[in-house]
Structure formats: C-alpha cells, structure tokens
Design a binder for this molecule. Structure first.
Ligand code: FES
Ligand SMILES: [Fe+2]
Length: 394
C-alpha cells in the first residue's frame, strides 16, 4: 500500500467530539425521518484515528476465502487497520493467523500477497519460523546466553470462518462470535446458496480517492444501479420496486431482488440443485459490518474487503468466486478467456462505481449542504450508520 498526501478540506479538522455528537444524533432518527450519514464522519482526521481503534481493531475483518489456501503451508497476507497479518493453512487443515511481523525486531515477515511454503524466513537476519509460527532457527543467537528458540514465535491472532470466508480480528477478546451474530443472515437468506462451495477464481486490489465508508454507502444500495451500471449490472433488469431490504441487525445488512431472466448471467445453472423458485434468479447484496461487501448470485459471488488508507483514500481487495457447476462448464482450454471476460466485466462495473464513490467524497466536503434524504431502498445505509454509531459510543 502506498502512503498518500491528504487533501485538506473544510471538514478535515472537525474535532472528534463534534463528529461523535453528529453521528449519534443522526443515528437516533427513525429511518423515515433519517438523513445521510453526517459528512464529517467521512472527512475528520480525528475520527479516522478513532474508528481505527473503535472499529477495525475490534471487529472481524474478512481477509480471504478458505479455498484460496487449500493445502498445508498455503498462505495469504492482508492488512487490518495497517497491521500486517499472515494467514496459513496448517497440516491438520486448521487455518491460523499471525501478526506478519518477525519476533526479532518486528520486520514485516512475508512480503507476498499469497503463496505456499514450509518455512518463513525473515529477510533481515534470517530468523526462520515453521507454519505454526514457531521460531525454529535464529542464526548466531547461540552467542546470546540463555537464548532459547522455543520461547519465540509469531504473535497469533484470532481467526474464524463463515460460509467459506476467513475473518481475522485484532481483538484479544472479541465481543461477537461470527456464527452467532450472522446466524439469521445464514438461516433466512444466504445459507441456501452454500457459498462455501463457490471456488475463488480471481483476487485483485484497488485504491480509490474516497473514504472507505463511501464505498460501503455505494455498495449497500441498488438505487443507483439502473442509472450508473448501464454496461453491467443494470442488464440484470431488477426494477427498484422489487428490492427488499433486510431486517435491522447490529452485525450485517442486506437487500435483495430477483432479476427478470431465468437464464444467463445472474441465474442458477441448470445443475444447481441448491436453489428453488425465485431464489434461482435472486441477487443478494450484503455487508458483514464493518467492511465486508458481497454480491451473491446463484452463479457467482463478488466480494470486497475495504479499509481506510486515510480520510480520502481507501484500499480494497476484491474477488470473484463461482459454484462448481459453473466452473465445470468451462473447459481448461477456455478458462483463461472466460476469466479475462469475467474480470473485464467486473472492472467495468468497478469503473462505473469509482467515479460515483469519489464524487460522494468530494461533494460532501462542502461546509454547507442541504439535509439530504434517503430513498426507501437505501435502508441499508441507515442500518450501517446505526451500526457505526453503536461502535462509537464514547
Ligand atoms: S527482524 Fe527478522 S530476523 Fe531480524
Ligand atoms: Fe454500483
């Protein structure tokens, strides 16, 4: 990730106390009287520091998918609130997470996004760890009296999996358990898709000039889809009247709508025996708070894990995964072309959103604005604001 110069605006220096007060009063209004999230929440430097601790250091953050690291020694790296993390598949199939920093003088240990190995050797002084994070070799440390390699290891982090996704938390005692907090979402809505069987085919990243919450705002409403996504998602033909927003939850939000077509992209493959009736052409957009965004379709899923790089810069990883019956239709010879086309489709969709997400950030920098208003199918934005207010109580 790159360090970037921040552009100051009239809201950059809004004091934390003011932001918290604005956020609490905005979140206290019922949905039919609510206004969009106070702009200072997406611009204040003090709030950026605050949310790093109050949100990103407390919550479960999606770092990837289980099928990306199928074999012992397969690993992924990620960042959570600028803390480098390393996720490794163990010989007994368990997945472990560590702070990706050497136990000697804390150099970032594994530089690659992804890979496989039996050992991790630090590039600095060659301290070497096994895949359980245990130090196994430390050159010349026999020169230090009493040094014992077995007493040094990588710092472990808590990890959980849910529906094929891997989440890591920096919290020593997380206040929520994912299985429990997401149970209604699984049982009533997404469980029938069996997302764990989807196979990841692509992992990409992007940096946009906006606050990370601007992307959450954009992704969790489909009001803009018919207008903004003419080259991509609008072709699924889902009129705004058909959208249903899910129940209020402190842990997630979602909305869903069936597309018109029963075949083609967005519809279940004929061999999909998991989905019935209208669910065979149902799209679900959901967010596992704070920052895991998923578009779930009967024939693919697209997810994003977004984080702040500054008040005006966000970094996101995004991936595509498809269920086995869809992948089985793609021959080995056609795979690269099929994937390139799919990737292109998502890049066009991302491009359609990027301009709008950056516009949200630029426009909301103005010191004087109207009160703003929500469309009924923007209820997920109000739900996210209430979640955020709940995490930012002091
Ligand atoms: S910092 Fe890693 S071996 Fe010295
Ligand atoms: Fe969009």
């Amino acid at each position: 990730m790159l360090a970037v110069a921040m552009h100051r605006n009239p809201r950059t220096n809004t004091p934390l106390a003011t932001v918290l007060e604005e956020l609490q009063s905005a979140a206290a209004l019922p949905f039919d009287q609510a206004h969009p999230i106070p702009p200072s929440v997406n611009h204040s430097l003090e709030f950026l520091d605050y949310e790093r601790e109050a949100v990103f250091q407390q919550e479960w953050i999606c770092v990837g998918r289980e099928d990306e690291i199928p074999a012992s020694g397969d690993f992924l790296t990620h960042q959570i609130a600028e803390v480098p993390v390393l996720i490794v598949r163990q010989p007994d199939a368990e997945i472990k997470a560590f702070v990706n920093a050497c136990a000697h003088r804390f150099a970032c240990l594994v530089p690659d996004d992804k890979g496989s190995g039996k050992r991790f050797t630090c590039r600095y002084h060659a301290w070497t760890y096994d895949i359980s994070g245990q130090l196994v070799r430390a050159p010349y440390m026999e020169m230090k009296d009493g040094f014992d390699v077995t007493r040094h290891r990588l710092r472990p982090l808590r990890l959980a999996t849910w529906e094929g996704f891997i989440y890591v938390t920096l919290a020593e005692n997380p206040s929520t358990q994912l299985d429990e907090s997401l149970a209604p979402l699984r049982e009533q809505v997404v469980g029938r898709y069996d997302m764990a069987c989807y196979q990841t085919v692509l992992r990409e990243s992007m940096e946009w000039n906006a606050n990370w919450k601007n992307l959450i705002e954009n992704f969790t409403e489909s009001y803009h889809v018919p207008i903004a996504h003419g080259k991509t998602f609008a072709q699924h033909n889902k009129p705004p009247q058909d959208y249903v927003c899910g129940e209020d939850s402190a842990h997630y939000c979602y909305h869903r709508a069936p597309q018109a077509a029963e075949t083609g992209l967005g519809a279940a493959h004929p061999q999909n025996d998991r989905l019935e009736d209208e669910w065979r052409r149902m799209m679900i957009d959901f967010c596992v708070f704070p920052n895991h965004l998923v578009t779930l379709m009967p024939d693919y899923l697209w997810y994003i894990s977004v984080q702040p790089l500054g008040v005006d810069k966000m970094y996101a990883t995004w991936s595509l995964a498809v269920p086995p019956e869809v992948l089985a239709d793609v021959s080995e010879a056609d795979f690269d072309d099929w994937l390139a086309q799919f990737k292109h489709y998502m890049e066009v969709a991302n491009g359609e959103d990027k301009a709008l997400v950056e516009a949200l950030h630029r426009g909301s920098a103005a010191p004087l604005l109207p009160a703003g208003v929500y469309h009924p199918i923007e209820r997920n934005l109000w739900q996210f604001m209430r979640y955020l207010a709940g995490m930012c109580k002091s």
